[in-house]
Design a protein around this ligand. Sequence first.
Ligand SMILES: Nc1ncnc2c1ncn2[C@@H]1O[C@H](COP(=O)(O)OP(=O)(O)OP(=O)(O)O)[C@@H](O)[C@H]1O
Length: 602
Amino acid sequence: MSTGYGVSNEDDIDLGKTERLRVRRRSMALLASLASPLHRMLWLTVVLVVISNAAQAAFPLVIAWAIDWALPALISNNPVPLGIASGAYLVSAVIAGVLLGWYNLCTAKVSQAMLLDLRLRVFRHTQRLSLEFHEKYTSGRIISRQTSDLETLRELLDQGVSQLVSGIFFILFTLISIFVLDWRSGLIATAAGIPITVLFIWYQKRSELVYRESRVVSARLIGSFVETMTGIRAVKAFRRESANDESYARLAGEYRENSIRSINLFGVLQPGLVLIGNLTVAAVLLTGGFRVLDGSLAVGTLVALLLASKRVFQPVENIAMFYSSLQAATAALEKVSGLLEEDPGVVEPEHPGRLEVAHGAIDFTGAVFGYGDGPVVMERFDLSIPAGQTVAVVGPTGAGKSTLAKLIARFYDLRSGSLTLDSVPISQLANADLRRHVVMVTQEAFLFSGSVGENIALGRPGASDEEIVLAARAVGAHEFISSLPEGYDTDVNKRGGRVSAGQRQLISFARAFLADPAVLILDEATSSLDLPSERAVQRGLETLLGNRTALIIAHRLSTVETADRVLVVDGGRIVEDGSPAELVAAGGRFARLHGAWKDSLS
Ligand SMILES: Nc1ncnc2c1ncn2[C@@H]1O[C@H](COP(=O)(O)OP(=O)(O)OP(=O)(O)O)[C@@H](O)[C@H]1O
């Protein structure tokens, strides 16, 4: 992740010039891709916002005309001009009101459609990112991207953008109307744009850093919360509560400091804008007043000018408010676009090879593998497992046993060399075929929320109830499932649905049995099991193995003894390979391990 792309510079607050530009461009490209399917609706909103604001900007013009011409005409008994002025005011008010309402509806539709699209994209993309990515990028950060960052974007899109755009058009048209009434006042109002721009630039520079920092700090805060709660057992076991309290309080404190800084910045921007607005009105009043005195400016025009120059700054305050949410949302968009830029790594080939029926022969030839850009874990690795063989893999911790299993399940790709299933490179296989033919049962035996039956059915979506029960019976899980409060319909997350570690193993065996893969990979860590459930699991395991190809990371003598072949792995290499009896007779490492196991049983 040191490429400068994706999430690699996520924690940097003060980005260099080129980096900043690249991140901006990436955010804009993401916005454009979200907006492009909605371009018709967007054009409609532009038309609506232009017409409704033009209609609103006509109000001061109508008032000036009414005071300076319609009222004198009325005094000379001609009510028609006042009638026309009132009519024009009414028509502009109705047009402005109706179109503004329509505009708000359209922007709500556009923003909600964009948010939905983005939410789904973030979810789909993060789910597809490689295990390697997930191992480095904590789940807390992902949660923060999906919750707090998207929430910040939602706040802006919900209201901010429509108000921002509408405000800008309102200012533009009101300014035009001031120029139409009196160009000198127009110049004064335009000149006010200079200090406003300076103030905005000042705010922009400082707030960009503060908001970027806020995204980083909030991700850390959420990350710390998620880590504590997901690791709550370890927290309790190691009495980490007070240490965690302290580190969480420190992060929460940093977040507070950051929020205070952004509030303080806004605290300068908003009153600054109000002050500039009021000074402009005073300047228009002062210059206009003198000109009314010498007769070069009509009273009605001055009233309309004061009205217009007061109104022209109204949206500036709103814009300032939304500008701060824009800054926050820009920072959030930077992070989300970085996540979306991450390369999924292990992907399905464009034209995948199909393998309708698999026998289960696995071949590694000259395989080289290492995690990410880290050291080589497997150097020119060769291994041939014929279809139907049960292979137990043993070896010291860190030897590369799990790596071997994860490569066969294609959680990672090789750096070089080949790995084939029935002579087809697994990197060329269609995902659907690979997932059907190769199933990995992990030691955690994860259960998804839902019923026990649904969890078994994951092995083969669409399986009938009978097939689910048959699978459970086959691995010896039926008995305990039937004794659960609602049998197969018991919710695994509800009271009474909580199952033991051994029972979870049996459910995952039933799931694998139902999947009926040609190759089964099993990480058999059973230290948490007591003896009776270990026996039940052992029986379930034997049925599950049947005559399919199996690679078992073995931790029990009973499993190793029933295997056809044992591989002793060390340092990413196979150091012993043979049947259990052969290896015991050879008197090497396995023989010693075997002896130790036997001793522990006696
Ligand atoms: N996700 C990872 N990223 C980087 N290196 C890793 C990763 N997983 C494992 N390794 C490294 O690869 C080597 C082999 O690890 P592996 O998990 O395959 O060992 P193992 O034999 O399964 O060990 P254990 O019995 O302790 O589970 C080790 O040096 C380990 O540090």
